[in-house]
Design a protein around this ligand. Structure first.
Ligand SMILES: Nc1ncnc2c1ncn2[C@@H]1O[C@H](COP(=O)(O)OP(=O)(O)OP(=O)(O)O)[C@@H](O)[C@H]1O
Length: 370
């Protein structure tokens, strides 16, 4: 999978920009705060309709404008697909092949990207919400069904939480049980997808982590659910039954707390190295290697699920990877897939292939290409 070109209008500090990309390696070179990351962010946004570093779309709009456009052409199996996202005061429009998509789930999945950024460490060390966002973004881009289920789940969750805010005396048990059924239906499907995804992610990242740690460390990943499963590897039916039983048991507590206390919106991930929790007790190095193993594993996972390698976005990570086996591993991957790199210096990139395009970035413009 390759991104052939991109056009930006009023995206962050780019008023207007059109670039054609190299099929293998593209490097954005420049001083700090010139707009290198903004270009990677626009590619991520074009793929997933969200930023990797902000949950507010408004941050992406140029300060000087109230409408913005990102468009590009992705090439997959010799077919070119134009993608477009237009944001204005009226809202957001997404287009595939110039046709407007009614649902975001119909848009996402056309282009797969994996971003490596300094913020990756927060998947290990940050809050559960960051890990949930990580799982949602990653499963969403390879399994459209997951997106449909999670959008429906979030809608029901919002409705149910609003209903639980009512005075207890005004709660209609029949209506609440209708909301329960929908919450359980979509929530269970989400959990089933997540368990399945985590199992696959663990399988691949375990092998990579072992290589990165010279065989010394065994990485395991646990899906820490707010539900207690009655079976070790629960199927959808078991998840639904467990969800239902435990939701009923929590009824009075939920009415008292006025919120939904069970479901995928309360779940989390845990990472262990040789049975020690990496987030709580791992060294800096172990946390970094774990984050890297997971990200690298995603590349293979996307390939296994879609038959295409994702586009790699490496934001300011080359210097961190320097002089280690990690760089070797990354170099092996860079040969397989189209890669975009930001950097302030070319020093760390001497071993990379010469077959590439360098874009010199200065103050929201590309001042040189070679
Ligand atoms: N919404 C926005 N509108 C206009 N300019 C913005 C907006 N958001 C950020 N900027 C500008 O973009 C620049 C930062 O760009 P970016 O994050 O891409 O930096 P960078 O080149 O990757 O730098 P570093 O090497 O420090 O990571 C800053 O000058 C900032 O003021």
């Amino acid at each position: 999978m390759k991104l052939k070109n991109i056009s930006l209008k009023n995206f962050r500090n780019y008023e207007q920009l059109s670039l054609d990309f190299h099929p293998n390696l593209n490097i954005f070179l420049g001083q700090n705060a010139q707009g290198k990351t903004n270009i990677l962010e626009s590619i991520y946004f074009l793929a997933l309709t969200r930023s990797h570093r902000t949950s507010s779309d408004k941050d992406l709009l140029s300060w000087r404008s109230d409408n913005m456009e990102v468009s590009g052409t992705v090439e997959k199996r010799n077919t070119n697909t134009p993608l477009e996202i237009i944001m204005s005061k009226q809202g957001r429009v997404t287009k595939v092949n110039h046709l407007r998509q009614q649902k975001v789930a119909d848009y996402i999945g056309q282009m797969n990207v994996i971003m490596f950024a300094p913020e990756d460490l927060s998947i290990i060390k940050g809050s559960p919400a960051i890990r949930r966002r990580f799982i949602d973004m990653e499963i969403g881009q390879i399994r459209p069904l997951y997106l449909y289920d999670s959008i429906r789940y979030n809608k029901i969750l919002k409705e149910r939480n609003a209903y639980l805010k009512f005075d207890q005396a005004n709660i209609d048990e029949t209506y609440l049980s209708v909301l329960d059924d929908q919450l359980i239906e979509y929530g269970s499907k989400m959990i089933e997808h997540r368990l399945n995804f985590i199992k696959e992610l663990e399988r691949i990242s375990q092998e990579l982590h072992s290589k990165l740690s010279h065989g010394l460390e065994n990485l395991t990943i646990n899906y820490k659910s707010s539900l207690k499963f009655s079976k070790a590897n629960p199927d959808l039916k078991t998840i639904e039954t467990d969800f239902h039983e435990q939701l009923i048991a929590l009824r009075s507590k939920e009415l008292y707390r006025h919120q939904t206390l069970l479901g995928p919106h309360r779940d989390d991930l845990e990472f262990f190295i040789n049975d020690i929790n990496v987030g709580d007790f791992g060294s800096q190095g172990q946390q970094r290697t774990t984050a890297l193993s997971i990200k690298l594993a995603e590349i293979d996972l996307v390939f296994e699920e879609t038959g295409e390698y994702p586009i790699l976005l490496l934001d300011d990570v080359m210097s961190e990877l320097d002089n280690t086996r990690q760089l070797d591993l990354l170099e092996a991957i860079i040969g397989k897939t189209q890669t975009f790199v930001t950097t302030t210096t070319l020093d760390h990139l001497q071993n990379l292939p010469t077959n590439m395009q360098i874009f010199q970035v200065e103050n929201g413009e590309i001042i040189e290409q070679n």
